[in-house]
Design a protein around this ligand. Sequence first.
Ligand code: FAD
Ligand code: PYC
Length: 395
Amino acid sequence: MFTRHDSLRPGYEAVIIGAGGHGLAAAYYLARDHGMRDVAVLEKGYLGGGNTGRNTTIIRSNYLTPEGVRFYDESLRLWQDLATDFDLNLFYSTRGHFTLAHTDAAMRTMRWRAEVNKHLGVRSEAVDAAFVKRMIPMIDLTCAGHAPIVGALFHEPGAIARHDAVAWGYGRGADRRGVQIHQQTEVTGIRVKAGRVVGVETTRGFVATPKVLCAVAGSTPRILDMLGLRTPIYVHPLQAMVSEPVKRWLDPIIVSGSLHVYVSQSARGELVMGASLDPYELHQTRSTLDFAESLSSHMLDMFPFLGEVKINRQWAGLADMSPDFAPIMGITAVEGFFLDAGWGTWGFKATPVCGKTMSHTLATGRNHPLIEGFSIDRFARYQLTGEKGAAAVGH
Ligand code: FAD
Ligand code: PYC
């Protein structure tokens, strides 16, 4: 699908670090919308091999803050045309998304989210337990008596898609427009002169460039250390697992913050499941039995009939967590160095809108209006964009 380049050019108009969905989407829109084709995407491993190829592909815009809802909703809008743009089946499948509430306090947050969502034109509703049962007949509303379901936030546009096809689509689109994608090429240093970026050191030599976009998710602190820049990002593993394929029985996507579990059923029939972050900072993608056991037991609370279903695979990614569970995007104190980070456990759905807004920011040197709420200086200003109540499962 991609052109093979035997050598790097001595310099490029822009260099993007990381061939995950975000880096590739930025390259695609830089070439397509801004006419910037003299661009290299440098990837230390293989294309889509980071969190992009490890995530559980939930797409939704039912966030809590107006900044978040607007941003993710624009992404949802972009998702609709993507398969046509790429001429590639992304298996985008609208399923409806339930965030279950097991207490009155949780139900209050669901109503809050529903109100913010509706105010901004996003289809979300607070619903009662009877509605949940009608839509998911196989669910045990009592959750084995541990945490009875009292209602939910129902978000009709909630969807899933095939994650690696998204990376391939953006990569192929960028490649066809002249962007060079170099895999097995690690950035090991960033050269700065008089406060401006002048190039990057790589495992294949120095490359000159006045513009660098850092889109490396769980490796963000390592890249920022090269520049002496600091963010409050901390890195935790996030695990997931998938069952053997079974007959289709689950249409919507289900998330329970209280039970720390979420699940959807893929087109192949597998149950794609996840839970909260591992509770410690660690820069390793190991899997643990503890995770598989506790996730399985909570799945069985909701769906006791799954007792005989086997787990096929388990894996982890590295989540670059920000303190307010919102991303950190845009220009930085180093001229020519741009950041697309803080994507923690919630960045797959934002791939298209990140590409759009970061390509604009790189091309113009000014933050795109949609990312104003996510700038790095919000921490110094004590103006956080608090998304903890809506970012993912209960972290
Ligand atoms: P990545 O895909 O991680 O790409 C970064 C790339 O940078 C990697 O390929 C890496 O090899 C490369 N890199 C790192 N350092 C260097 C270097 N020095 N030089 C060159 N290359 C380098 N989000 C959702 O919206 N919905 C979900 O359901 C969801 N589920 C998730 C489940 C799991 C288990 C995990 C781990 C994450 C989940 N996420 C989800 C979050 C989502 O996966 C990420 O936020 C998103 O994929 C980040 O994309 P990215 O392109 O920024 O990073
Ligand atoms: O962003 O919706 C999400 C999500 C669910 C699980 C991990 N991330």
